[in-house]
Write a protein that binds this ligand. Structure first.
Ligand SMILES: [Zn+2]
Length: 214
C-alpha cells in the first residue's frame, strides 16, 4: 500500500512493454518520482526479480509454489522455503587529516564508463560483522588499513537486491595499492579539489555531501 493506493509488481515479458512509452527503468525513474514512490518501485523490482530466480528448489530442483501464509516460495517435494533475497553491502568514505587539509579516499571502478570517483564498496561475507567487512574491503581494494569505523545510514539498493550500509572510517596506515581487477584508480582528495562524484541517487553521494558539509 502506498497511502490508500494498492501497488502491484508485475513481471512484464521481454518485448511486451506498454506501447505508450510509459515504461522506464528504475534508475531513470529516480528524480521523476517522489522518494516514497521510488522506494515502492524498488521493492517491486526486488520482489519480481526474486520470483524470476526462485522458480525451482535450490536443493532438489522441483518447481516451487508460492507459500500460502507468508512471503516465500516453498518446495512441494523437500519443503525447502526460500525468502526474498537481500545482499548486505558496505560502502565507506575514508578520510585522513584535519580541517582544510582533510582528504577523502575516492576510487574509480574498472567497469565505470565515465571518470567518476566514489566511496569504496563491497558485499559482506558470511561470518563477518559489518565493521570487519568495511576494513577488509578497503584493504583488499586499495591496500589501506582503517580505524574508527562508524555507521552513518543505509539505503535499499534494488540493483538487483542489495542493502547498502554506509560508513565513515579514518585512515590508519598503508599506501594506496589498487586491486587492478576492481579499481582503476584511487586517490586522496581535498574538499576543494574533488573529481567527478556520483549523482544524488546513491548513498555514496550522501556520504560525500555530509563530509563536504562538515
Ligand atoms: Zn526441494
Amino acid at each position: 500500500m502506498h497511502g490508500d493506493t494498492a501497488c502491484w509488481g508485475v513481471d512484464v515479458p521481454h518485448g511486451q512493454d506498454p506501447a505508450d512509452g510509459a515504461a522506464v527503468d528504475l534508475r531513470t525513474f529516480f528524480g521523476r518520482a517522489t522518494e516514497t514512490e521510488w522506494a515502492v518501485a524498488g521493492r517491486a523490482v526486488q520482489l519480481v526479480e526474486w520470483g524470476r530466480t526462485h522458480k525451482f528448489c535450490g536443493r532438489c530442483a522441483t518447481p516451487t509454489l508460492i507459500a500460502d501464509n507468508e512471503r516465500a516460495y516453498t518446495c512441494p517435494t523437500c519443503r525447502l522455503m526460500s525468502f526474498p533475497r537481500l545482499a548486505p553491502a558496505v560502502i565507506t568514505l575514508v578520510t585522513r587529516g584535519h580541517g582544510d587539509d582533510e582528504e577523502a579516499l575516492l576510487a574509480r571502478g574498472v567497469q565505470w564508463q565515465i571518470p567518476m570517483y566514489s566511496c569504496l564498496a563491497g558485499f559482506v561475507e558470511p561470518g563477518e560483522n559489518l565493521e570487519q567487512a568495511v576494513a577488509r574491503e578497503i584493504l583488499e581494494e586499495v591496500g589501506i588499513w582503517v580505524a574508527d569505523v562508524q555507521y552513518v545510514a543505509s539505503q535499499p539498493w534494488p540493483f538487483p537486491h542489495s542493502l547498502m550500509l554506509g560508513f565513515r572510517a579514518r585512515y590508519d596506515h598503508g599506501d594506496i595499492v589498487c586491486d587492478a581487477t576492481e579499481i582503476m584508480d584511487a586517490n586522496w582528495y581535498r574538499r576543494d579539489a574533488l573529481p567527478m562524484i556520483p549523482p544524488g541517487i546513491s548513498i555514496a553521494r550522501r556520504l560525500i555531501d555530509d563530509w563536504l558539509a562538515s
